[in-house]
Design a protein around this ligand. Structure first.
Ligand SMILES: [Zn+2]
Ligand SMILES: [Zn+2]
Length: 615
């Protein structure tokens, strides 16, 4: 123990990445332990209550090699999963997802992680490993690859999905994609990674056993345990148990369904329900909405259609692209002449058609939404349609789904949705599966990931219930630097992590100020006050003119507009020539006067935009 400074964070000093501690404020970590306290080889003292206490864990003799786990997204939120690992100065990244914007992020298309820390450390990052092809795990890749050129490691189907994305962004040629296979280890710097097959709602999902000089970290990715999956076999519990037997330093596990007791039902259950519904549909046309990435579901629909003597057509851009690619890569199988083009569906009688479509979340531009609003190019929905929504609404989407269901019902169709039948099972582990994962992996430390705080907390409780000591469980936040080694667990200084909004071609140019303006415009509208002034004397040469949008209907409010104009004229008249030459103060006075006047008259506060031309 050379000095106090080193004693506080002994391992944070060792081979730090380029900018560890880039944030100088350490206010998140009150340093209140004394030298005496930290000198002893004490027990890890983290608890899963997210208090930030410091603990060096340094024992006598050589400290154990630490690994730093930095979740840059996916904690306290559903989506935007991305985790950085650093050991002995080398780094790897796992996943790079997006999250869809909240309803108060007006006009924002999607939200990606903040890549600042990755750009600062790009020399040290050996590659990025992807667990599976869902948007919350791969959606941010093109944006990351535009900033840092990293090799991407993923399974075959995931590579196919990534490739589609890279094509859209013109990144195919510059990106090195490396196919990985379960049970085949590969090296990235000092990390050896073994992909482990897991069940999920998309094929080719893997957990990752990440071995580094500090120990083994198991990151589950999204998973569930389906003993009778459609294809691919159950989650590779044997390999997970083997790692558990040899010793897992830390487990990062999927918390999405942490609040649900029991087991997630097998995907086959959906097939049985849908088969029954097919016969109930009788002579009607069957239209089924589901996730375009759920190829197991799509495979079951194809198989059931074949059994029922129906043809299958697909609708929606992502559904068309995904099925096309999955057929080419062998993840979907269909006998010849079963799949038909959507243009051909009207050549067949209704009872010979199954139409698989996007839009299960009521997304306004999706194929199903267009059918519900009678604006789909090829599909006219009517009483002869039997429609199944084979998905549950993701929280936040309920209203949109309801709107679509209402629309379809009004058109006379029969609609099966939500919990009317078992037409959907989740892709994520419930509590009993999470317990099995914990029990087999037997981690020393446990970090719940992928979920809102309430889910992370539940998962932490589940882990405690199966015997992980509470002080070895830590609920992290985005930007945490969790340092683990054989000696213990500490939380270092946070690294930059956050949300970057993408709107059209702009990445990060929509910030809080722009959003505030958009919110203001959406709530109270806009009034433009335009006038031309003589640059020398300040007399009004033209105007003031008023233009309003989203405020009041002008034609019915002529009087209000006239009065407002008078107010503006008055304020201009009251200003000195000197003030009138300063267009800044003219604009301010006009804004203040107009705003106060309109508020008095209407109790609304539209955005006031004065435009002054000096002639
Ligand atoms: Zn997923
Ligand atoms: Zn996910």
């Amino acid at each position: 123990m050379e000095n106090m400074q080193k004693n506080i964070r002994p391992r944070a000093q060792k081979s730090p990445p380029a900018s560890t501690g880039v944030r100088k404020n350490a206010s998140r970590m009150p340093a209140r332990q004394s030298v005496q306290e930290t000198a002893a080889p004490e027990k890890p003292r983290r608890s899963y209550h997210p208090r930030r206490r410091k603990d060096t864990g340094a024992g006598a003799g050589t400290p154990a090699i630490p690994v730093r786990i930095m979740p840059l997204g996916g904690l306290g939120e559903v989506g935007k999963n991305i985790t950085l690992y650093e050991c002995q100065g080398e780094m790897i990244l796992v996943d790079c997802g997006i999250v869809f914007p909240d309803s108060d992020m007006f006009g924002v298309d999607l939200v990606i992680p903040d890549f600042t820390y990755l750009v600062q450390n790009k020399e040290n990052i050996r590659g990025i490993v992807i667990t599976h092809g869902h948007e919350d795990h791969i959606g941010g890749l093109p944006y990351l690859l535009k900033e840092i050129n990293l090799p991407v490691y993923a399974t075959r189907l995931t590579i196919g999905l990534i490739n589609n994305k890279l094509e859209e962004h013109g990144l195919v040629r510059s990106t090195k994609l490396v196919e990985i296979t379960p049970r085949r280890k590969f090296r990235l710097g000092c990390f050896t990674i073994e992909p482990i097959h897991v069940n999920h709602s998309i094929p080719d999902a893997v957990a990752l056993a990440i071995s580094c000089p500090a120990g083994v970290i198991l990151q589950t990715g999204d998973f569930k345990i389906d003993y009778t999956p459609i294809t691919g076999g159950p989650t590779d519990l044997v390999t997970i148990a083997e790692y558990g037997e040899r010793g897992v330093l830390a487990l990062l596990s999927d918390s999405t369904n942490a609040e649900r007791p029991g087991f997630t039902a097998t995907e086959q259950k959906v097939g049985a329900s849908i088969e029954a519904l097919f016969s109930r549909a009788g002579k009607k046309r069957v239209i089924i909405a589901t996730f375009a990435s759920n190829l197991y579901r799509i495979q079951q629909l194809i198989d059931l259609a074949v059994k029922a003597g129906r043809k299958v057509a697909v609708s929606g851009r992502s559904m068309v692209n995904n099925t096309q690619m999955a057929l080419e890569l062998g993840y979907l199988h269909a006998p010849e002449n079963v799949l038909i083009d959507i243009e051909e569906i009207n050549r067949y009688p209704a009872e010979k058609i199954v139409l698989v479509t996007t839009g299960s979340q009521g997304e306004p531009l999706s194929a199903l939404s267009r059918m519900a609003s009678a604006s789909h190019r090829n599909v006219r929905v009517g009483p002869n349609d039997f429609i199944i929504i084979s998905a549950n609404p993701i929280p936040g989407n309920e209203k949109m789904v309801t709107k679509v269901v209402n629309g379809l019902l009004k058109l006379g169709a029969e609609v099966i949705y939500e919990s009317m039948y078992d037409v959907h099972v989740s892709g994520h582990a419930c509590q009993e599966e999470q317990k099995l994962m914990l029990t087999l992996a037997r981690p020393k430390y446990f970090f719940p990931v992928h979920g809102e705080y309430k889910q992370l907390k539940k998962h932490a409780q589940t882990a405690a219930a199966v015997g992980v000591p509470e002080e070895n469980i830590y609920i992290g936040e985005n930007g945490d630097c969790i340092i683990v080694s054989a000696d213990g667990l500490t939380v270092g200084e946070p690294v930059p992590a956050g949300a970057i909004m993408v709107d059209g071609l702009g990445v990060g140019d929509v910030g809080n100020v722009v959003l505030r303006d958009r919110r203001h415009l959406s709530e109270d509208g806009l009034v433009i006050v335009a006038a031309a002034l003589d640059a020398r004397t300040g007399t009004i040469l033209a105007g003031p003119e008023l233009v309003s949008r989203g405020f009041v209907y002008v034609r019915e409010n002529e009087k209000l507009m006239d009065e407002t104009r008078d107010q503006v004229r008055e304020v201009l008249g009251s200003m000195s020539t000197l003030d009138l030459r300063d267009s800044g103060s003219v604009r301010t006075r006009i804004r203040e006067t107009t705003s106060a006047f309109l508020y008095r008259k209407t109790k609304r506060s539209p955005m006031i935009l004065p435009i002054i031309m000096e002639v």
